[in-house]
Design a protein around this ligand. Structure first.
Ligand code: ADP
Ligand code: MG
Length: 695
């Protein structure tokens, strides 16, 4: 009877958030949660937070910081339904979504109710949300409309050691906000790196150190550098699977294409062991940001068991981008394969080019990666580079992103927030003066800033649109060219992951499919055609599949378009179209594109290659372009740095439009000597002649 009474007591425990009894799953997870290292420190955290405005938390990845601390702060009263809430920032969209889901499960609530997430173009919260996992960029956006962040009683800056641009800017802002809001609390959380730097920055904030439980990890290096790290990674995984003790494998690669290729190869090479008495089954899961959320959650599944009683156990292999380095922890990892690369932003202010480049990671990253192998028991890490290169070639730490990014969006945001003195803004690491200057210059040319550096009406509107300043300008200018509906579509298509799929084994068919949508004037109009075709087919999945169109990306584009169109209406920007039969239909669209992109133009030289206008960089049109001619003038979205420099997403334009739309930028007295200059001189002469005749 005593047992029954106890049971009854347990069963009757109510979840205060839902008014329902807790589920079985809740108790199962609770048992696990109580074993996390952070669990013993929750009271200490609470008293530190009560006594200080800023607390820094440092703890080994996987110790429970992200899933437990924000939740605990909510339970301690920093979140009150209908009054105020707790925000927890994440550098990555995937992490924000995945963690919000996990914490909802832990609290036994439905995602989007008490616990939600906010990432660009996707807000999953309600009136009742009191714990919001959001990207750092989203919180920065919110600050524009709510500069005191009045909604929040407590802000948790997670993954601060990643030093993303948005987190760095948030830290600077919060320093100001904290002075004016004595009731606001900030918890800065980081992996075991640099906690001291955060403490100093926040005026000697106290530190809570969560000791990690780490098992030894044996490190192996390759004797010689590897020529093809993807191939080497696959080989290493197969080797581990064949020869090593049970335990799951985590492989770090740099992007979707690489990851999918590696996954397919691992699957096919491991198929040879089917039926083996000594080698078990493998389950291979990819993890990268553009993956569907359900697919992302698969990484948390258990490894497959033996195929038959007494058979060899199976193994889970996760092939991931940097996101598994510190943002997400996968239990059961015993082996880490680290080729030593990640995609990193680089910015060259001199030629105004920002790109994502596959670059060597830092020693700090390499250590984090190997640490992933020792969470549950001793593990092994296979570094696919030499020990010498680890010691001598890798940087100690990755440079903060603020030193590697263009700053135009951030500068616009800060100005909107009323921060005018950018030079004296308290950045943890101030950006290079040239980078700031470039940003101010771009915003001035776009009409967002006046010559005194103050935000204009257009600038203020631009800051409301959650896209690059150049795209924002395009949207704002589009009603003047009678084509806001079309520009909305193009901007939406530019804001989502790759729409046209091109699998290696079906490249030819994919190219043929894309050719149906191709517009002879280039890629922006090709995007427009593809979107219209998609809508005509009601977003039909089979249609997408047969035409090598990524259904998910198109779905996102539709959603982005819807949201941007609502924002346009709020800004009183009318939604218009030119009649399709009007001969200016495409001209109007291309002119509106120029209104945003007039600083990203390339000119075809007599030698037949392209030079970027003003910066004089030699570039080629990317082979993926729908253009099949070589127009004299093109605008481009993106500068791709590889062995050769390419411009991607390209459209043919007329030089007359450029000088009409942006005379201040095409002021030839400010122009370097080049063929483009001479061509433009001719354009100006023709225009003058025409005007003289008209007069
Ligand atoms: P930290 O932030 O300190 O790196 P986390 O709070 O992210 O740690 O992770 C704590 C634990 O929660 C880990 O053991 C991790 O495996 C587990 N966990 C997190 N998300 C999930 C999930 N979606 N499914 C299962 N376990 C999860
Ligand atoms: Mg974490």
């Amino acid at each position: 009877a005593a047992v029954d009474a106890k049971k009854a007591h347990v069963v009757s425990r109510m979840n205060p958030w839902t008014g329902q009894p807790y589920s079985q799953k809740y108790y199962e997870i609770l048992t696990k949660r109580k074993t996390l290292p952070v669990h013993q420190f929750l009271q200490e955290l609470l008293s530190k937070v009560a006594a200080n405005q800023v607390v820094v938390v440092e703890g080994e990845t996987g110790s429970g910081k992200t899933t437990q601390i924000p939740q605990f702060l909510v339970e301690a009263g920093y979140g009150q339904v209908g009054q105020f809430s707790v925000a927890c920032t994440q550098p990555r969209r995937v992490a924000a979504m995945s963690i919000a889901q996990r914490v909802s499960d832990e609290m036994d609530v439905t995602l989007g109710d008490i616990v939600g997430y906010s990432i660009r173009f996707e807000i999953c919260t309600s009136q009742r949300t009191i714990l919001n996992f959001m990207t750092d960029g989203m919180l920065l956006r919110e600050a524009m409309n709510d500069p005191m962040l009045a909604k929040y009683k407590c802000i948790v800056l997670d993954e601060a050691h990643e030093r993303t641009l948005a987190t760095d800017v948030l830290m600077g802002l919060l320093k100001e906000v904290l002075k004016r809001r004595p009731d606001l609390k900030v918890v800065v959380m980081s992996a075991t790196l640099d906690a001291g730097k955060f403490q100093t920055y926040f005026d000697s904030a106290p530190l809570l150190k969560v000791p990690g439980r780490m098992f030894p990890v044996e490190i192996f290096y390759t004797p010689e550098p590897e020529r093809d790290y993807v191939e080497a990674a696959v080989r290493t995984v197969v080797q581990i699977h064949r020869c090593e003790e049970p335990g799951d494998i985590l492989v770090f690669l740099t992007g979707e294409l690489e990851i999918e290729t590696a996954c397919a190869q691992i699957r096919s090479e491991c198929a040879q062991f089917a039926g083996s008495e000594t080698v078990g089954e493998v389950m291979v899961y990819p993890l990268y940001s553009s993956l569907a959320p359900q697919a992302q959650q698969k990484i948390f599944r258990d490894a497959p068991g033996p195929k038959y009683p007494g058979g060899p156990p199976g193994r889970k292999v996760v092939v991931s981008t940097n996101i598994a380095e510190t943002s997400l922890t996968i239990d059961g990892i015993v082996y880490v394969v680290d080729p030593g690369f990640s995609k990193q932003k680089v910015y060259n202010p001199r030629i105004r080019v920002e790109s994502l480049l596959v670059s060597p990671i830092s020693r700090a990253s390499a250590k984090q990666r190997s640490g992933r192998a020792g969470r549950t028991r001793p593990g092994k890490c296979f570094r696919l580079y030499t020990e010498r290169s680890f010691q001598e070639e890798l940087l100690e730490q990755t440079y903060p992103e603020i030193l590697r990014s263009k700053m135009s969006t951030v500068v616009l945001t800060l100005l909107k927030l009323g921060v005018e003195d950018l030079v004296h803004f308290d950045f943890m690491d101030p950006p290079a003066p040239e980078t700031l200057m470039r940003a101010l210059e771009l915003l001035n040319y776009l009409g967002a800033l006046d010559d005194e550096g103050c935000l204009t009406e257009i600038g203020s509107q631009m800051s409301e649109l959650p896209v690059d300043p150049q795209l924002a300008k395009m949207l704002i200018a589009s009603p003047d060219y009678n084509c806001s509906n079309e520009i909305l579509t193009i901007v939406a298509m530019l804001s989502v992951p790759q729409v046209f799929m091109r699998p290696k084994e079906a490249a030819k068919e994919a190219d043929a499919a894309k050719a149906q949508f191709a517009h002879m004037d280039g890629d922006h109009l090709t995007f427009l055609n593809a979107y219209h075709a998609y809508k005509q087919n009601d977003g039909n999945k089979d249609w997408c599949f047969n035409n090598f169109i990524n259904t998910r990306s198109m779905g996102s584009a539709d959603n982005v378009r819807e949201q941007l169109s609502r924002l346009m209406q709020r800004l009183n920007l009318p939604l218009k179209s030119t009649e399709f039969t009007n001969r200016d239909y495409y001209t109007n669209i291309k002119k509106a594109l120029c209104a945003g992109m007039f600083m990203q133009v390339a000119h075809r030289e007599r030698s037949d290659h392209y030079l970027t206008v003003k910066d004089n960089q030699i570039v080629g049109i990317h082979p993926s372009s729908a253009l099949d001619s070589k127009p004299e003038w093109v605008i481009f979205e993106e500068f791709v740095l590889t062995s050769k420099n390419f411009i991607r997403t390209v459209t043919a334009v007329q030089p007359e439009w450029l000088v009409e739309i942006a005379p201040h930028y095409y002021d030839l007295s400010q122009f370097p000597e080049c063929e483009a200059k001479h061509a433009l001189e001719a354009v100006y002469r023709r225009m003058l002649n025409r005007q003289a005749k008209a007069d």
